[in-house]
Ligand binder design. Structure first.
Ligand SMILES: Nc1ncnc2c1ncn2[C@@H]1O[C@H](COP(=O)(O)OP(=O)(O)OP(=O)(O)O)[C@@H](O)[C@H]1O
Ligand SMILES: [Mg+2]
Length: 661
């Protein structure tokens, strides 16, 4: 390009007065060829004495129009008023040169931005004989620059306006260079507080120790970009879960200028995802338990029938044979105990699969719990301390008291087993209220928590503890049914049971039962009197599809003084009644293959033979079914023979007391 030094050197010879040498002529040609720069000369007073084609193009005047005029002609009115043209010349006169940037006016009045340089030209004696002026029209460049500045300004505004993302830049060492409002919102530092600081202050202490801030930059520097998630800190020390990207920024030559970092607080998303996963997991677990319940329930039911037959058989043998023989007596007692243990196990299994008929009662929970824990205190070894906190005025709850006790026992025995070297078992019962999201109503619960300071349960195991037969105990030590019973019982009572645990710290099992609205007692003292077995007992129609059980039960009933008629199905029983057989009471199984079940039979009998009382038995029924047919007694299987006979006696006595239809 046309160097200024060249102009200054050449300019003394550019005075048109002297006749040009060859060099000067060449030079003249050169200057005339330049159209991008206005090159002209001024006399010491600033009047124009030469004018090149570039000047003509840029300023719009021809030589003859401007020659002899002051170069102030090209300045805007205000600049002239301020004496700018004279000042520029004055400066060039003093310093040899002056530079100026500013607006100039074309002949047509339009403005253009120029970069102007004025060089003073001196003669051999050093007197200023004029000025060489070179001007360039930089309007385009200026426009581009302005556009760039404007776009940068807009970009800054845009970045700063982003409130959901923390956007900031780091220098190559990791110090914060700028900080948008989103960064302030996420991290709580203002720009003034953090600019110049190392960005490690937003990392947790653990991450800082492990050099995470530096590692993240190293990865970004090596691969251009680093994207990850992690905990980040706010100024007040609280954490949030963040997703972030770090981009390396280089100039065109590839030198590292720094990093751009974009961070987003995704705690909410993470929390939502976590609860969704948990809900899914819970659903999966409860579906699994439901399926296992279906499977085991059937087996347990059949097994229970076998036990019922054996137990009835033992009772019968006891009654039939002379019991003077001690050996036989002992043998029978052992058999009974073994059968009852078997029954205990099937009962847990039936409770789990919710086929154990629950006999819910409104109970005084505090009292029951204390009683059960007292009993338990004896079972716990001396090195286990019990700490009991039972709130006063607990809401009454409606549960099967026997199952409740069993569940408490199961959970406490687990706690004992988890603390072989001793510890504390804390039992806490208190009222809770929770708002139901769907109905908006407040629901009242009683929560009963059992906390031990034992070995705890690893996560993978915790997911399985409610499964029947799942045990981590040695063979013979655990059957894996304790928590299954607790689970089935809680569910069957409209409640829940949860287990929380930390390995090495301990475990908490919490039951929650809905508060019950108390019901009036159904049994009167006269009813209880009537429960004593009458001697002249009456005729019982026994309906039982299991042949061996039918045989044994009828033998038992006969032994108690009843005349027994047996039917193997509901239809056969109805036929017998329709034929006019004398029947004082019906004793029926609920579940019978095909056709009518015990409930349906009971309903039909109520309609067609209202004087005939019905006693049902089952090892196979849900609490819901029981609730449907209130007022009909149900005896769980395997049954206690005395209970059957006394219940039948009570029913027959009641029906005799009622006026005949
Ligand atoms: N409080 C507890 N602390 C540690 N582990 C426990 C606790 N409660 C239950 N568990 C674990 O859950 C498993 C299942 O418990 P569950 O009561 O169902 O069966 P079990 O105790 O093994 O046998 P069972 O109760 O039938 O005699 C246990 O084997 C044990 O691994
Ligand atoms: Mg157990």
């Amino acid at each position: 390009m046309f160097g200024l030094g060249v102009t200054a050197q050449a300019s003394p010879n550019m005075t048109p007065a002297k006749s040009p040498s060859l060099d000067e002529r060449r030079f003249r040609v050169l200057i005339d060829a330049v159209t991008d720069y206005a090159i002209y000369m001024l006399d010491p007073e600033g009047r124009i004495i030469s004018w090149n084609p570039g000047a003509e193009r840029i300023n719009g005047y021809k030589l003859e129009e401007v020659v002899g005029q002051s170069y102030a002609l090209f300045f805007p009115e205000e600049d002239r008023a301020q004496g700018k043209p004279a000042r520029a010349l004055e400066m060039a006169r003093r310093n040899g040169r002056s530079e100026d940037e500013g607006w100039r006016v074309r002949k047509d009045g339009s403005l253009f931005w120029t970069l102007a340089v004025i060089d003073a030209i001196r003669d051999e004696d050093g007197r200023v004989i004029g000025f060489a002026k070179i001007t360039r029209d930089t309007t385009e460049r200026r426009k581009a620059q302005e556009a760039l500045l404007e776009s940068e300004r807009r970009f800054r505004l845009f970045v700063d306006g982003v409130r959901d993302y923390a956007i900031y830049m780091l220098d190559p060492e990791g110090r914060v260079i700028n900080w948008n409002s989103g960064a302030q919102r996420a991290h709580q530092y203002t720009a003034e507080e953090i600019i110049g600081e190392h960005y490690r202050v937003v990392f947790t202490a653990e991450d800082q120790e492990q050099g995470e801030p530096e590692k993240a930059l190293a990865i970004a520097q090596a691969s251009g970009k680093h994207e990850a998630e992690g905990w980040r800190l706010r100024k007040d020390g609280t954490r949030f879960w963040a997703s972030f990207v770090i981009d390396k920024i280089c100039n065109q030559r590839g030198d590292l200028l720094g990093f751009a970092k974009i961070t987003r607080d995704i705690s909410e998303r993470r929390d939502a995802q976590k609860s969704l996963d948990e809900a899914r997991e819970q659903l999966f677990q409860s579906q699994k338990l439901e399926a296992i319940g279906q499977l085991t329930g059937g087996v347990a039911h059949d097994f229970n029938n076998l036990l019922a037959a054996i137990l009835s058989g033992i009772s019968l043998v006891e009654r039939l044979v002379a019991t003077k023989d001690d050996k036989l007596k002992h043998l029978l007692e052992t058999m009974r105990q073994a059968t009852q243990r078997g029954h205990g196990l099937t009962r847990q299994l039936l409770t789990f699969s919710r086929r154990q008929p629950l006999r819910p009662e409104v109970i005084d929970l505090g009292k029951r719990l204390r009683e059960t824990l007292e009993l338990l205190d004896r079972l716990l070894s001396g090195n286990i301390k019990m700490s009991i906190h039972i709130a006063d005025n607990l809401f009454p709850i409606e549960v099967d008291p026997a199952e409740f006790e069993l569940a408490v026992l199961n959970v406490c025995l687990n706690a004992r087993d988890a603390m072989p070297r001793g510890g504390t078992l804390t039992v806490q019962a208190k009222n809770e209220a929770r708002r139901n999201d769907d109905s908006g109503l407040s629901e009242r619960f009683v929560a009963i928590g059992f906390t031990d300071t034992g070995i705890g349960i690893p996560d993978a195991i915790r997911k399985r503890v409610f499964e029947p037969f799942f045990t981590t105990k040695e063979v013979g030590k655990g059957s894996g049914l304790g928590l299954s019973q607790a689970y089935g019982f809680a569910q069957g009572s409209g409640g829940t049971v949860d287990i929380m645990s930390e390995v090495g710290k301990g475990t908490t099992v919490t039951f929650r039962f809905p508060a019950a609205t108390p019901k009036p007692q159904e049994l009167s003292p006269e009813d209880i009197d009537a429960m004593a077995p009458a001697h002249d007992s009456g005729t019982v129609l026994l309906i039982e599809d299991d042949l061996s059980l039918a045989e044994l039960t009828s033998a038992l009933l006969e032994h108690a003084g009843y005349t027994v008629k047996v039917a193997h199905s509901a239809a056969a029983a109805l036929n017998m009644l329709k034929r006019g057989s004398r029947i004082d009471a019906v004793f029926s199984d609920i579940v019978m293959p095909g056709g009518m079940n015990g409930f349906q039979l009971a309903r039909t009998l109520r309609k067609e033979f209202p004087d005939v009382p019905v006693l049902l038995t089952t090892g196979f029924s849900g609490a819901a079914d029981v609730a449907q047919i209130r007022g009909i007694e149900i005896i769980p299987k395997p049954y206690d023979p005395d209970r059957v006979t006394s219940q039948l006696a009570k029913l027959i006595a009641e029906s005799k007391r009622r006026p005949a239809h």
